[in-house]
Design a protein around this ligand. Structure first.
Ligand code: NAD
Ligand code: DAU
Length: 360
């Protein structure tokens, strides 16, 4: 693999993945294909924007002509697909936007990859031509639904049971990826990961939103009773897992990625308050009063927990960071990068593309 297209590379996970690949594989050309929606921020990649093996292409995954142009321009032989609408609450207010990007966008990319890599050949000849290429689809544990029994986990064999428009759209995109594998012989891999945390996450998601609010003494809106459970993984551990699966995972397979690290929301929020108050020089318990219980998210999944044994046994991947260390570093990062948060919350980051690329 020499020319790798990463979609959604200006987002939270994508920016960590692009940086990892650009620095780790100087012999590869890494092309970041991103529409720069509200969630895309090129400032996340300012440290690598001039590195010779990094390329940026602004574009929509739903725009088949442009996708086709970019695949041919760079002679792309591997795609790692992260571009998506990713926030559950937004999917509840605008489900069509999620169907467009996550379902039609993925289908558009699959079709473009197939057309380009099969060189227009049908049947076995097309399958043969596609060998050596790879379409890697990055998905989520939310496609499996919600766990009720304590001690149970999502394995790769669990049946799909999505509840939100977001998870329904991701489930649909996973199905299309497998359909292209089975129908046309497209070489694919899929991974389903649990909740990520770390720097550069858009402050609509629980951790950066709450840290920003603690900083500004604003209410912390806890959905329902705060008893929902999420399985948290440091974002760089996710990026490293993608690297391992991309290079060494078996073609056609699915791998679950998670850290065996379950937290009830309210317990995690109390950890954030304790660490943030201490770093901000506040007395212990200072921000506890900001906790505000609000109406629950409709269809709110109670518990996610990933079993990543297959990934460990087959490919030797394990999370590298203990949660206590990772969450403390993450909290410190958001408190130290108030300017990044201010740019994002004010919308200023939207001008970064014009500034860096002059609108090209
Ligand atoms: P994000 O919202 O931070 O970033 C999404 C990126 O996709 C942005 O840069 C945005 O500009 C781009 N994008 C959106 N629509 C596009 C379009 N039509 N064309 C091109 N680019 C477009 O998302 P994230 O949290 O980094 O998630 C990345 C991927 O990982 C998603 O597919 C998500 O489903 C999956 N995932 C996320 C998590 C998590 O905890 N955040 C966990 C598991 C899986
Ligand atoms: O599990 C993987 C998924 O994790 C990804 O596929 C999604 O893209 C990502 O957004 C994330 O989904 P969640 O819905 O779990 O993440 P979010 O940060 O929105 O919420 C985490 C938990 O915190 C969830 O139980 C809802 C709750 N919450 C969230 C917000 C934003 C609150 O209680 N209050 C809030 O204001």
């Amino acid at each position: 693999m020499k020319n790798i297209l990463i979609t959604g590379g200006a987002g939270f996970i994508g920016s960590h993945l692009v940086r990892l690949f650009v620095n780790r594989y100087p012999e590869y050309r890494i092309i970041n294909y991103d529409l720069l929606t509200y969630a895309g921020n090129l400032a996340n990649l300012s440290d690598i924007q001039d590195v010779p093996n990094y390329f940026f292409e602004k574009g929509d995954i739903c725009d088949s002509e442009n996708v086709d142009r970019v695949l041919r321009k760079y002679e792309v032989d591997g795609i790692i697909h992260l571009a998506a609408e990713s926030h559950v609450d937004r999917s509840i207010t605008d489900p069509f936007c999620f169907a467009r990007t996550n379902v039609l966008g993925t289908l558009t990319l699959l079709q473009a990859a197939r057309n380009c890599w099969s060189r227009g050949l049908a049947g076995d000849a097309g399958r043969q031509a596609m060998e050596g290429h790879l379409f890697y689809h990055v998905s989520t544990d939310e496609v499996y639904g919600s766990l009720s029994e304590p001690g149970t986990f999502f394995t790769e064999e669990c049946r799909y049971d999505p509840h939100s428009p977001y998870s329904a759209s991701k489930a649909s995109s996973d199905h299309f990826v497998r359909a292209f594998r089975d129908t046309y012989g497209l070489p694919v891999k899929i991974s389903n990961c649990s909740n990520n945390y770390g720097p550069y996450q858009f402050p609509e998601k629980l951790i950066p939103l709450f840290l920003n609010n603690i900083r500004h003494s604003k209410p912390l809106p806890v959905y329902g009773k705060g008893e929902n459970v999420r399985d948290w993984l440091y974002v760089m551990d996710h990026a490293r897992a993608i690297d391992v699966i991309f290079h060494r995972g078996r073609i056609g397979e699915t791998y679950n990625i998670g850290g065996f690290n379950e937290w009830k929301n309210i317990d995690l929020i109390k950890v954030m308050i304790r660490v943030a108050d201490s770093l901000l020089g506040h007395p212990e318990g200072h921000s506890l009063g900001l906790i505000t219980y609000v109406t629950d998210r409709p269809g709110h999944d109670m518990r996610y927990a990933i079993d990543s044994t297959k990934l460990k046994d087959e490919l030797g991947w394990e999370p590298s960071l203990q949660f206590e260390e990772g969450i403390t570093e993450t909290i410190r990062w958001y408190l130290d990068h108030q300017e990044w948060l201010d740019n994002v919350t004010s919308g200023d980051y939207m001008n970064y593309y014009e500034k860096m690329y002059g609108g090209r």
